[in-house]
Design a protein around this ligand. Structure first.
Ligand SMILES: Nc1ncnc2c1ncn2[C@@H]1O[C@H](COP(=O)(O)OP(=O)(O)OP(=O)(O)O)[C@@H](O)[C@H]1O
Ligand SMILES: [Mg+2]
Length: 312
């Protein structure tokens, strides 16, 4: 570019009145340069003034009016895309907080009113005992919900990934099968197991155990007495594949798309104790371990949960 300019200057000076032409060229180039810089700074000033107006309260606002078809317009588009993603994340968090508040508010209100009613007049020892037992049940449910919420927050924290260590998955599965047998005893459910030895993954032992226990717990919870559950661990190429199969009531088609949603409980689950966070936690932990989790279910026949984790 500079060499072209110098060649041009040499040729202009060779012309009669060359010096005049040279000054005209200089002034023209100066004007073009000035208009380009003016346009860029103008767009940047406009962009920055729009960005300053955006707060957490108006994430739906967009940076509009930049049609320069250059890098500035590209920057504005990227910024708008970032705003969209932030808006989605914010909405999700707000919904989560609202759900937690609702989930805690209802049992607390019930507990408070039944305690107040029981205090409103003199009652028998049995009546007091019943109210206290109900209050204990509600507080257990509340602390379970709180624990689940904290677990969910932990597994969604991006800083945790760096602390992963090798886990002997086969040994962990063996331990969990023992726990499953104890959990299933009350309902006389038989646990069949098939565990491939010496498989390991990178991650967090306690958290993985919790992700799997949540699924095993569901299998037991939603399966009738005296039936059976199968837990298996196999290697498939570079993955460890854990399959937990039950012979329970199955998951309705309309529930299927929502079972991993926070606080979602199936349409017919009201009578079974739970907060609807178990599978959301499992999914979040499995995702943190670079794995994935799927469900396959036939109503009245049972459900099969498959968890795939990369082995090391
Ligand atoms: N093995 C299963 N068989 C039938 N339904 C299931 C099974 N696993 C999950 N579900 C359905 O998916 C819903 C969500 O499960 P999730 O584990 O997240 O919540 P929960 O079991 O209701 O409560 P929590 O696990 O928080 O105590 C359940 O309410 C139930 O309707
Ligand atoms: Mg559950």
């Amino acid at each position: 570019m500079l060499s072209i300019f110098f060649i041009l200057v040499v040729h202009i000076f060779a012309l009669p009145y060359g010096i005049d032409y040279f000054f005209i060229l200089l002034v023209t180039l100066g004007l073009i340069g000035f208009s380009i810089i003016y346009r860029i700074t103008n767009s940047l000033t406009y962009l920055s003034s729009r960005i300053k107006l955006i707060t957490t309260k108006n994430l739906t606002e967009k940076v509009t009016g930049i049609r320069s078809q250059d890098e500035i317009e590209e920057l504005a588009t990227s910024f708008n895309n970032l705003l969209d993603r932030m808006h989605l994340a914010f909405e999700r968090e707000q919904q989560f907080i609202a759900d937690i508040a609702h989930e805690m508010k209802t049992p607390l209100a019930i507990m408070r009113s039944s305690l107040e009613v029981s205090l409103s007049k003199e009652r028998s020892k049995e009546d007091y005992k019943k109210v206290i037992e109900e209050a204990i049940l509600e507080t257990n449910q509340l602390s379970l919900t709180l624990k689940n919420v904290l677990d969910l927050a932990w597994s969604e924290s991006p800083n945790e990934k760096i602390k992963m260590i090798p886990i002997k998955l086969s040994d962990l599965l063996e331990e969990l099968c023992d726990i499953a047998e104890k959990m299933a005893l009350r309902k006389q459910i038989i646990i069949h197991t098939s565990i491939t030895k010496h498989l390991a993954v990178l991650g967090f032992k306690e958290k993985l155990a919790q992700a799997l226990i949540n699924i095993i717990e569901n299998a037991i919870k939603y399966t009738p007495m005296k039936s059976s559950i199968t837990i298996s661990l196999q290697k498939d190429q570079e993955n460890a594949v854990i399959v937990i199969s039950d012979t329970g009531r199955g998951i309705a088609e309309e529930d299927m798309p929502h079972i991993f949603d926070r606080f979602y409980r199936g349409k017919k689950t009201e009578k079974v104790l739970g907060s609807g966070l178990g599978l959301a936690i499992s999914k979040s932990i499995v995702t943190l371990h670079h794995g994935y989790i799927t469900f396959d279910s036939t109503i009245g026949k049972g459900s099969t949960c498959t968890i795939t984790l990369p082995v090391i």
